[in-house]
Design a protein around this ligand. Structure first.
Ligand code: MN
Length: 303
């Protein structure tokens, strides 16, 4: 049995890719089960409820288990205590940051979502995509590409999305995408810690430990009114987990910019973005993608 898992603090792409890819493996005669390693966010809940699909169960690690990693490849973003011999396959659209002593099945492509790659694998294997899987794939593509506005979006993602939309007789993709993002954006019931860690990725470069969280919103007024509270919680988290830098991308998906809030070693932010710091934050016009527009400059500043 293979356990197909997305990353910690999973997003819709991670969970949808796990469900879709385990379905494909089953069709190809490989016993596999989609699982999650962390709680899902409200956007993912919204998507799964919309089509009445069950959210995968949580899996815990044990040495005999074998895993397929989707939508991530770095071990510290994966299930705790993961060992090289437990990883059977990787399907991802992030930069590779692993090396193995043994050969492995690894497929990465620079597409806007892991689900775009999974869709291609259905096609390549002549496996029909059932409606509920098509819906999950489409939702994940819309989510990860921020409704095709993120610079990670490729023509291929758009083509795949329109093919899926056609299969589903889907109307307005943009309206659905915004509805989906709004489900995630309801902050009123969330603690500062929830907001910071809802979509949170940890990294290490040259001995510096940093993390970048992201909230995608259609209106920043509520979060801006809680900035002090959130920054002070970021400071606590930094001490607790011994980070050198914690960033939170506060992204306005309608007006297409990110305010990058941060605590920790500010020289890294200055060097990475060359912007004026104001109230522990830098304003980054047209920045939407952590993977393409925030992590690379930080990595460069640290190298
Ligand atoms: Mn993804």
């Amino acid at each position: 049995m293979l356990y197909v898992i997305g990353h910690k603090k999973p997003d819709t792409d991670s969970i949808a890719a796990a469900v879709a890819y385990s379905y494909l493996l089953n069709k190809l005669g490989v016993e596999a089960k989609a699982c999650r390693i962390d709680d899902v966010n409200p956007e993912t809940e919204f998507v799964f409820n919309k089509f009445g699909v069950g959210i995968p169960e949580k899996v815990f690690n044990s040495p005999e288990k074998r895993f397929v990693l989707v939508d991530h490849n770095e071990f510290y973003q994966s299930i705790d205590d993961l060992k090289e011999e437990q990883v059977v396959q990787i399907i991802d659209h992030h930069k590779l940051n692993v090396s193995f002593l043994e050969p492995k099945f690894v497929r990465t492509e620079p597409l806007g979502s892991t689900c775009s790659i999974v869709f291609k694998m259905f096609k390549e294997n002549n496996v029909e995509v059932p409606k509920e899987i098509a819906f999950l794939l489409l939702s994940a593509i819309l989510s990860d590409t921020v409704i095709f506005t993120s610079p990670t979006t490729t023509e291929e993602d758009k083509r795949i999305a329109s093919e899926l939309a056609e299969m589903l007789d889907f109307g307005d993709l943009k309206a659905f995408g915004i509805e989906m993002k709004k489900a995630k954006a309801d902050l009123s019931s969330k603690t500062a810690r929830d907001i910071i860690t809802m979509d949170f990725k940890e990294y290490e470069k040259n001995g510096k430990k940093y993390a970048v969280g992201q909230v995608e919103l259609v209106d920043l007024s509520e979060i801006n009114s809680r900035k002090e509270e959130i920054l002070s919680e970021m400071r606590k988290l930094k001490e607790e987990k011994d980070f050198d830098l914690i960033c939170l991308m506060v992204t306005d998906i309608i007006n297409q910019f990110t305010d990058l809030w941060f605590v920790g070693e500010d020289w890294i932010v200055v060097k990475a973005f060359g912007k004026e710091i104001k109230d522990n934050s830098v304003h980054l016009p047209n920045v939407l993608s952590r993977k393409k527009q925030v992590v690379p400059p930080i990595e460069k500043a640290l190298s």
